[in-house]
Write a protein that binds this ligand. Structure first.
Ligand code: FES
Length: 273
C-alpha cells in the first residue's frame, strides 16, 4: 500500500494528494505520470506527477473528480493507502537548453505544468506563465507558481480574478508585443491547446502540448489515447504525452475524448445509488 501523507482540497472537486512512493520519486521527471489502482478489482488510471522529492520519497498527484475512480480516490484520507502506484511512466518532457519559455496552463492542467515550470526555473531558464481558470475558486497553485517564474498572468472566464478572458488572449498580446520565446508549453483542455497551437503557428513559435487528457489506462493496450500527429498514429501514453502542438489533429482527439462519456456517466450514476 502507498500511504497518503497529505490530502488537500485545492478547488471544488480538485484534490492534491502527497503519496509516499520512494521508487517513483527517485526517477520521476516533469511530464511523466503514474498509474494507480485504488482497490482490488478497480480500474487503473493514469495521473500526471505534479511534484516529487527524491530525498523524502514522496510524489504529489492532483486530480479532478470526473469519473468513478477519481471519486473513489477522493474518498481516501491522510493515512489511508492506495493499492497500486506504478511509475514513473511516459517520456519525460524535453526541457534542457531552452532560454526563454512561455508556459500556459488551463484548469487542472496547471498541475502537470507546475513541475515543468519548476524544472525550467531551477535550470535558470526565463519563464513566463499564463494560467487560466473558470473562476477564482477553480484557480490552483497560484502561490507556488508565482515564486518560480518571471511573470505570471492570470485569466478567469468570468473575470472573478485576474483578467477576464482566456489564456489565448494574453498569449496573443505577448506575441504581438514582440516577446520572443524558444518554446510555448501548453497543458489543459484540448480546446485550449488547439487554440494556443493555432496562434503560435502564426507566429512560428515551437509549441509542445501534453495529450494526457485523452489517456485512459496508460498502459499502451486500450488504444484510447490514439492521436494523429503529423499524419501518423501515435499513442499518448507510450509515445508522449508531449507532442508538437502544430502537428496534432485536435479535432479528431476531441471526438475520441467524447467516446466514453456515456459509459462513465452511467457508472457514476450506479455508484450514487
Ligand atoms: Fe490506453 Fe494509451 S491510454 S493505450
Amino acid at each position: 500500500m502507498y500511504r497518503i501523507l497529505r490530502k488537500e482540497k485545492l478547488a471544488p472537486g480538485i484534490w492534491l494528494m502527497k503519496v509516499m512512493a520512494p521508487f517513483v520519486a527517485r526517477r520521476a521527471m516533469p511530464g511523466q505520470f503514474i498509474i494507480l489502482r485504488v482497490k482490488e478489482g478497480g480500474e487503473r488510471i493514469p495521473l500526471t506527477i505534479a511534484d516529487y522529492d527524491r530525498q523524502e520519497g514522496w510524489v504529489t498527484i492532483i486530480f479532478q473528480e470526473v469519473g468513478l475512480t477519481t471519486r473513489l480516490l477522493a474518498k481516501l484520507n491522510e493515512g489511508d493507502g492506495i493499492l497500486d502506484f506504478v511509475g514513473p511512466l511516459g517520456r519525460a518532457s524535453e526541457l534542457d537548453g531552452l532560454k526563454r519559455v512561455l508556459c500556459i496552463g488551463g484548469g487542472v492542467g496547471v498541475a502537470p505544468l507546475y513541475p515543468q515550470v519548476k524544472y525550467l526555473w531551477e535550470k535558470g531558464t526565463s519563464v513566463d506563465v499564463i494560467v487560466g481558470a473558470r473562476s477564482k475558486e477553480y484557480l490552483i497553485l497560484e502561490k507556488e507558481i508565482r515564486g518560480i517564474c518571471n511573470n505570471l498572468y492570470i485569466t478567469t472566464d468570468d473575470g472573478s480574478y485576474g483578467r477576464k478572458g482566456f489564456v489565448s488572449d494574453v498569449l496573443k498580446e505577448l506575441l504581438d508585443q514582440g516577446n520572443v520565446y524558444d518554446r510555448v508549453i501548453a497543458i489543459g483542455p484540448l480546446i485550449m491547446m488547439k487554440v494556443v497551437s493555432e496562434i503560435t503557428k502564426q507566429y512560428n513559435v515551437p509549441t509542445v502540448v501534453s495529450m494526457n487528457p485523452i489517456m485512459v489506462d496508460g498502459t499502451g493496450m486500450c488504444g484510447g489515447c490514439r492521436v494523429t500527429v503529423g499524419g501518423e498514429v501515435r499513442y499518448a501514453c507510450v509515445d508522449g504525452p508531449d507532442f508538437d502542438g502544430h502537428l496534432v489533429d485536435f479535432d479528431e482527439a476531441m471526438r475520441r475524448q467524447r467516446m466514453y462519456r456515456e459509459e462513465e456517466q452511467h457508472i457514476c450514476k450506479l455508484m450514487e445509488k
